[in-house]
Design a protein around this ligand. Sequence first.
Ligand code: C5P
Length: 416
Amino acid sequence: MSDKRILLIIGGGIAAYKSLELIRELSRRGIASRCIVTKGGQEFVTPLSVSALSGEKVFTELFDLDDESEMGHIQLSRSADLVVVCPATADLMAKAANGLANDLASTALLATDKPVLMVPAMNVRMWEHAATQRNVETLRGDGVTVMDPDEGAMACGEFGPGRLPEPIAIADRIQALLSDGPVLYGLEPKPLAGRHALITAGPTREPLDPVRFLSNHSSGKQGYAIAGALARAGARVTLVSGPVSLETPAGVDLVPVETAREMLEACQAALPSDLFVSVAAVADWRPSRAAAKKMKLKEGDGDPHPTLELSENPDILATLSRKKKNRPTLIIGFAAETHEVEALAIAKLKRKRCDWIVANDVSGDVMGGTMNEVSLVTRDGVEDRWPRMTKEDVATRLVERIAREFDDEAGQIAAE
Ligand code: C5P
């Protein structure tokens, strides 16, 4: 647990309510928040609810005699390790970019000697406006970290960049900025440097004949996000992937395959590895015989009622988990279920003999979508239930957990 503290400036915007979730997420990570709520912010969240969550007095006024005698705005702006503006409105960014100081938030931003993170959230046109973009450039030039907003449907009914990123992603960025230890975002040392990570992703295709195949709806998004996060954490990454229409993440070695049997062969060939993450939606069966020529139905000598004989495919996760030699140290499977998600995941972990299972409920819009909601199951049972978040955030959080595991393992070996 860290003993870090941020000064959180909550600006006015519909996304302000998410700052409450952020405070909670940060406190789970041992990071305390002292908060300023702007006038606009108070239209969306009350100082009382912010104070209840943060466990601290909330500051709202510049010329409040009590506050000034207890803690002046200069001291307030310097009493934290990091200043975070969330949501950062167009107005707050414009003030900060131009050095205005006419309320408590803008004065604290001008007076601080600490790093500043701005998390913008606004209407897409306001975000894309030349003035806002100019202010963002100025702020970045001044050394302020400005997160890119998420893209999607907005409260105002428009669509595009401008949404506040998920609180988990903001907390990750805050943790990275506060941390002087290993982190995922571009800092040294990389927590997985020197490790080899093998990962499968996407669907497999099982041919019926030269033009037809059996497959599934897997988009590969979650697997590719994990491969990218592993590479950012410094691992050498081998990504064995079925056919998908995604760009290969930077720093990842791609081994493209089609069938389950090719996928298994490519995985075996990539060993040894420290980590195996089995995200691929491997087809359970394949047509027992793939016709050499295109099968014809009605015309010519075609069978009008052909039957399909299927054979079971190898289970790649179970095969690698049961290896005596060269078994990766940490093996993580995925379990996509539509009901009894966690119970089935626990059973699957035992059956396949992997170390962890990331269990997800695919009864909604997970397949092909950008969001995911998962539980992390280890040999000890359900370790954690993560809130609904983007697949990128699931990847970052999983890789952080993986990095911790290897860190603990390295610590144990050093202690022996
Ligand atoms: O048994 P089920 O398909 O639900 O298990 C899912 C997990 O097993 C995933 O991690 C998937 O990548 C892996 N798997 C595999 N080979 C198979 C079937 C599933 O590696 N033939």
